[in-house]
Design a protein around this ligand. Structure first.
Ligand SMILES: Nc1ncnc2c1ncn2[C@@H]1O[C@H](COP(=O)(O)OP(=O)(O)OP(=O)(O)O)[C@@H](O)[C@H]1O
Length: 327
């Protein structure tokens, strides 16, 4: 079993009488990606601030790399890197100068070499001597992360690293996170994007209204929601009635004129389903296979969607759907 890079027990934090963290517990294995998932205002940044010694908790214990965040502030700070939602980049300096400044602050030996390697690794060498103010959002995030990596921290906190990035920059950021983990770094990642947690995390904890409502691997969490099913849509109630009669175990939605049929989604069961419709001379207007994703998990666990899910749900649905095999 891997040792814990982070161990949190009974963590509580309130601002005035507003309780933001209501006693949360979790552990992060060394060399893994742990993702804390939650909607806006759930308390993710507050958690990061406590874990990185920037803020004191009201109760509970937190150990990072074996050091207590209250009594071992210096030791904790020596082993962590933090990339926040608002980049620490100085806009009036070039990318190279920003990195150099960080190398000096951290008293890194052979600073120029370290900076040169980071610029290459993050694909920023071409723009290294331009002012950071001229960088795109994605480049700024990359520079911010590169600055975090100066001095090789073993544990990195990424607070919503891809919020506001376009899909290409998000994927580039995911690639960098994967490389870091392959090198043995531990990553604590907060995100409101379920697909991001799904892609990157070894373990996910879902934070909602101050409590962790679920923890597990992405697969374990997905298993907590109703499984794969086929959704059929019909032109009218008459067809829907006939199909519901022919397919026992299905669930109908009279408003949407749809039928939800449990299925493992493989070609054999799909063919059998279509044959059944043929047998009864029923035609479906649309036919789609739906696999549960983390949006469904979040909804099932909290009873509401994430904000990000609201805006990206369409994309997820399209992604998880094999459209219109029939008709
Ligand atoms: N210094 C503060 N004083 C009072 N309330 C605060 C303070 N900082 C945060 N809050 C409140 O605590 C709650 C949790 O905030 P936090 O920033 O930790 O959430 P978050 O999950 O990171 O959200 P987001 O995704 O929007 O960054 C929010 O309701 C926020 O308004």
């Amino acid at each position: 079993m891997k040792s814990s890079a982070i161990a949190v027990s009974g963590l509580r934090k309130a601002y005035g009488d507003k309780v933001v963290l209501d006693g949360i517990d979790f552990e992060v294995a060394a060399g893994s990606v742990f993702s804390m998932l939650g909607p806006n205002g759930a308390g993710k940044t507050t958690t990061v601030n406590v874990l990185t010694t920037l803020m004191k908790a009201d109760a509970g214990t937190v150990r990072v790399a074996g050091h207590d965040v209250v009594t071992g502030i210096k030791e904790v700070r020596a082993v962590i890197g933090v990339t926040g939602q608002f980049a620490a980049v100085d806009e009036l300096l070039s990318g190279r100068e920003n990195l150099r400044l960080m190398a000096d602050l951290k008293r890194v030996r052979s600073g120029d070499q370290v900076v040169g390697r980071l610029l290459e690794r993050f694909d920023l060498a071409q723009s290294a001597d331009k002012m950071a103010a001229t960088y795109s959002g994605g480049m700024r995030r990359k520079l911010d992360l590169a600055m975090t990596l100066v001095g090789n921290p073993r544990i990195i906190f990424l607070d919503e690293p891809t919020t506001g990035l376009d899909p290409r920059s998000r994927r580039a950021m995911w690639g960098i996170v994967r490389e870091l983990v392959a090198d043995g770094t531990t990553i604590f990642l907060t995100t409101q994007y379920l697909d991001e947690a799904d892609q990157l995390a070894d373990r996910i904890a879902v934070l909602d209204q101050g409590r962790l409502v679920a923890q597990g691997t992405p697969e374990q969490l997905k298993r907590q929601v109703p499984g794969t099913h086929v959704r059929l849509r019909f032109a009218g109630l008459r067809e829907l009635d006939a199909a519901a009669g022919a397919l026992p175990g299905s669930t109908r939605d009279d408003q949407e004129l749809t039928l939800r049929v449990p299925s493992n989604g493989d070609s054999k069961s799909l063919r059998a389903l279509l044959d059944k419709l043929d047998e009864h001379t029923i035609t479906a207007d649309a036919f789609s296979v739906h696999t549960p994703d983390l949006d469904d998990v979040f909804f099932a666990l909290t009873g509401h969607a994430t904000q990000a899910a609201d805006t990206t749900h369409e994309a997820h649905t399209t992604h998880a759907t094999t459209e219109a095999i029939a008709e």
